[in-house]
Design a protein around this ligand. Structure first.
Ligand code: ADP
Ligand code: 5GP
Length: 188
């Protein structure tokens, strides 16, 4: 069976969510891997659609059961993890898994899946532009934006560990690029 995965990672504000959504719209073979998290749902987010929202106890239980391919404390006390069962479920449907994970998680997933994985790092044109996008997205307070911008500088240093870096400057060009990369990788 054709068991493949596509990994997307990026500093927050680079445009990763926008590009993952686009990939899901234009490549019908893809199915999004729903992660577990201990953070609270935001806005219209739904359990088992956007995330499996777990209590810290439930999350710890899954760690002890070795249920995760990888997990990270992405923000203080906020855990995120990729379930092995989620990947199996998607492969059993004959589909290709697409992951939206933080940079460390992306590197772990690539190590785990090896040749089965295409890992894509979405890079902002500059830190200043990343900050501008976070401000204009208008979903985070000034303190959160400051933390994310500081974290971005460290995350950018990991870009070379990915199979490919896509600079998200012009959005239409970035969309075209990821579409052709994914179609090339899955062989269509
Ligand atoms: P991430 O998931 O990486 O945090 P988002 O996809 O939420 O990023 O994008 C952050 C903000 O930047 C959003 O408001 C999005 O509409 C905007 N954005 C995404 N790509 C571009 C681009 N190429 N040029 C300008 N704005 C962009
Ligand atoms: P958010 O809280 O904004 O939905 O996500 C915060 C960060 O956690 C994003 O960078 C997102 O990609 C990452 N993330 C989501 N799911 C996982 C996961 O299963 N594992 C890891 N390592 N990171 C994840």
């Amino acid at each position: 069976m054709n068991q493949k995965v596509i990994i997307f990672s990026a500093p927050s504000g680079s445009g990763k969510t926008t590009l993952v959504k686009h990939a899901l719209e234009v490549v019908s073979e893809l199915e999004f891997s729903i992660s577990c998290t201990t953070r609270q749902p935001r806005g219209t987010e739904q359990h088992a659609v956007d995330y499996h929202f777990l209590s810290p106890e439930e999350f710890r239980q899954k760690i002890s059961e070795d249920a995760f391919v990888e997990f990270e404390e992405v923000y203080t006390d906020k855990y995120y993890g990729t379930l092995k069962s989620e990947v199996e479920k998607i492969w059993n449907q004959g589909k290709v898994v697409i992951f939206d994970v933080d940079v460390k998680g992306g590197i772990s997933l690539k190590k785990y899946f090896g040749e089965k994985a295409l890992s894509i790092f979405i890079e902002p044109p500059s830190i200043a532009e990343l900050e501008r996008r976070l401000v204009s997205r208008n979903t985070d307070d000034a303190e959160t934006i400051k933390t994310r911008v500081e974290k971005a500088e460290e995350e950018l240093s990991y870009a070379k560990q990915f199979d490919i870096i896509v600079v998200n400057d012009n959005l239409d060009k970035a969309k075209e690029k990821i579409e052709s990369l994914i179609k090339g990788f899955i062989g269509r």
